[in-house]
Ligand binder design. Sequence first.
Ligand SMILES: [Zn+2]
Ligand SMILES: [Zn+2]
Length: 273
Amino acid sequence: MKADLHLHTTESDGTWTPSQIGTEAVKRGLSVIAITDHDTTAGVKEAVRNAPTELKVIPGIELSTTTEAEEEVHILGYWIDISNPHLEDKLIRFRESRIGRAHEIISKLNQLGIPLNYEDVLQFASRSVVSRSHIAAALQKTGVVQSKTEAFTKWLGVGAPAYVPRFKIEPQEAVGLILDAGGVPVLAHPGLLTDLRIISDLIPHGLVGIEVVHSAHSPSQTEYFLRIAGELGLIPSGGSDCHGPGGKDQLFMGDYTIPIHWVDELYSQRGRY
Ligand SMILES: [Zn+2]
Ligand SMILES: [Zn+2]
């Protein structure tokens, strides 16, 4: 019995559709998964509906936030009520701002002499979320860059010429939104952070867990965060953060899993507020 609580679908920047992902998970020996698309819960219902009966699908989300010090922090939410009005409202603003941001990035690229239009990008953006990753894919297709990584370093990343900052919410607010929607907030991939003080900062706001297992964590980071979780009274969690075949990462669903008793512990914390 293994769980992967961090997976993306075509509703954000993944390549498996919500209907496919359950079958793929079972093929890889998983018995519990969570759908955690960026800033949207649009894939949850479809994933639940199409999951093989032996698989449990947790409704989730991964919220992108920015700290006062401009560090990007991702907050995962599990067992959220996907029809919660506050959450829905915030997510609509998120989506609108992402579309606006994509237009701004494209116009910057045009000014820099790169011909690209919104329709080119939409070919890669499946449904509800338009992200820089889709713009990177369009740049690669048109031959402006050789890889998505190059697209980020040369054009789209922080400090690059076509960089446009995103609509911001702070991590504290994201934790609050998830609690408000009856969910369990978990800090995503702390190993990617430069300032770890955010972990203890978020505890008084109701943070329940941290990702210990993650595809970007080294074995020593996994060990380190497991110890930190124990010391701070946080529940360990994790998953692959897989974006599907041909996506922005390699295919590693099934390679980064957590034991079911961690999932049970997280579950026991839902609807606390
Ligand atoms: Zn993330
Ligand atoms: Zn993710």
